[in-house]
Design a protein around this ligand. Structure first.
Ligand code: DQA
Length: 142
C-alpha cells in the first residue's frame, strides 16, 4: 500500500513564504505528520518536492511502475500552467487528489483554472496543511 505526496515549486519555502497565505508550518512538518498518519493506517508514504516541472513528471512516471496506489499532489504554480503534468497524471492509473493550502478561488483569476483538476478525483483547497491530511484520510478510506 504505497502512496506518493508530490509538492510543486516554492513549497520548499513553506513556513517563511507568505505565512499569512500559506501558514507557519514547514514542508517537513507537513510531511512528518502525513507519514505518521499513513503509517498508522498501514500505508507507506513517500514525499517529494521539486521546483522543476520535469522532475515532478518523472516522479509521476515512476509511480506508474512501482505500485503506487494514489498520488496526493499540490502542483503549486504548475497547477495553472502545466499541460505536461496533466498528461503525466492521465497516464497514471491510481487515484489522484489535488491539494492547495490556500483557497485559490478566492485569489487572483489566474489561479482559478487548474489543468490538474481535469484529472483529479478530488480537490481540496483553502484548508491549509489540514487539506493534505484530509486527502490522506480519503485515500486510506478507499
Ligand atoms: C498553491 C496555490 C497556487 O496558486 C500557488 O502558485 C502555490 C501554492 C496552494 O497550495 O495554495 O504555489 O498551490
Amino acid at each position: 500500500n504505497k502512496l506518493l505526496v508530490l509538492h510543486g515549486p516554492n513549497l520548499n519555502l513553506l513556513g517563511t513564504r507568505q505565512p499569512e497565505v500559506y501558514g507557519h508550518q514547514t514542508l517537513e512538518d507537513i510531511d512528518d505528520a502525513l507519514r505518521e498518519r499513513a503509517a498508522g493506517g498501514g500505508w507507506e508514504l513517500h514525499c517529494r518536492q521539486s521546483n522543476h516541472e520535469g522532475e515532478l513528471i518523472d516522479a509521476i512516471h515512476a509511480a506508474r511502475l512501482d505500485g503506487t496506489a494514489a498520488i496526493i499532489i499540490n502542483p503549486a504554480a504548475y497547477t495553472h500552467t502545466s499541460v505536461a503534468i496533466l498528461d503525466a497524471l492521465n497516464a497514471f492509473d491510481g487515484r489522484v487528489i489535488e491539494v492547495h493550502l490556500s483557497n485559490v478561488h478566492k485569489r487572483e483569476a489566474f489561479r482559478h483554472h487548474s489543468y490538474v483538476s481535469l484529472r483529479a478525483d478530488g480537490v481540496i483547497a483553502g484548508l491549509g496543511s489540514r487539506g493534505y491530511l484530509a486527502a490522506l484520510d480519503a485515500v486510506m478510506a478507499g
